[in-house]
Design a protein around this ligand. Structure first.
Ligand SMILES: [Zn+2]
Length: 282
């Protein structure tokens, strides 16, 4: 009898402990339900995935800042910081073979994780066989493989490519650019990729010195919008290279360029997944 009652007591204790813990869990869940989320936490929940279409406003002018050849520290980091400080969106077309160490890998990751402000896109693995563009585009199958390799090693979220050394466009069967690049463009287009060229380039001299001043670039942008000479009305794709803004003086020019463009309330900065030919057709 004594043994039995001890057993019953122990069993009752275990059942009670189990039920109490279940009850606690319910309490925790119901309490958590009543907690009001701060606005910042709600924003985290609603982050769009890259490629989510946006609605256009015909009274606006859409500016796509597309910066090539990253990761190239410290200039890439400087460009990113300026875009962040100014609160503008931009696209980084990156080169796989430039991801040579952890510092650079961290930069690539930071851009990929910063969508919707930044978009990571594909600028090939080898930068066109290390700038041997003629050879690169004469071997379309190798060129395509080079882009696919970059897509994997950089973990690029969307099928958006910029050709190294060539202003070539390919979107949904519409292909244009230098003849030598068209075979490669056609294959990529048939595989569902978008190849994005540019309307205006902030050029460089001696590898990394901006050729135009910020004022000249602003005049260039306004001139192209006003004369409707961009590839798509009310949209302008601007090409520059991260490495051009590595010194304080050149970084200041980039800052000035953005500050001046922001003064015009028609201007909206967007990532290239929202370019009309790309949008909604990933
Ligand atoms: Zn390049």
């Amino acid at each position: 009898m004594k043994k039995n009652s001890t057993f019953t007591l122990l069993f009752s204790f275990l059942v009670f402990t189990f039920l109490s813990s279940c009850n606690n869990e319910n309490n925790i869940i119901s309490k958590a339900d009543n907690v009001k989320l701060p606005d910042s936490a709600k924003e985290v929940v609603t982050i769009p995935t890259p490629g989510t279409p946006i609605k256009y406003d015909s009274s606006k002018r859409y500016i796509f800042l597309t910066w090539d050849d990253a990761p190239q520290p410290p200039a890439s980091n400087i460009c990113k910081r300026i875009f962040e400080q100014q609160g503008v969106k931009a696209t980084f077309f990156m080169v796989g073979m430039h991801q040579t160490d952890n510092r650079r890998k961290n930069f690539v990751d930071s851009i990929r994780n910063a969508y919707p402000q930044f978009l990571l896109a594909n600028h090939s693995h080898s930068h066109g066989f290390r700038n041997k563009y003629k050879l690169f585009y004469s071997k379309p199958d190798s060129a395509v493989k080079d882009f696919l390799y970059a897509e994997k090693e950089l973990n690029i979220p969307l099928k958006i490519i910029r050709f190294p050394g060539s202003n070539t466009w390919a979107n949904n069967g519409k292909i244009k650019g230098p003849k030598s690049t068209l075979r490669t463009a056609k294959i990529l287009d048939s595989l569902g990729y978008h190849v994005i060229g540019w309307d205006a380039e902030w050029e460089f001299i001696n590898n990394d010195i901006p050729k135009q001043t910020a004022e000249q670039m602003i005049a260039n942008v306004n001139g192209l919008f006003n004369s409707k000479r961009t590839n798509n009305p009310n949209c302008i794709v601007i090409l520059a290279h991260d490495r051009m803004f590595g010194t304080p003086a050149h970084a200041a020019e980039l800052e000035k360029f953005i500050i001046e463009l922001k003064k015009d309330s028609r201007n909206v900065f967007e990532t290239i997944d929202h370019y009309p030919a790309v949008q909604g057709k990933q």
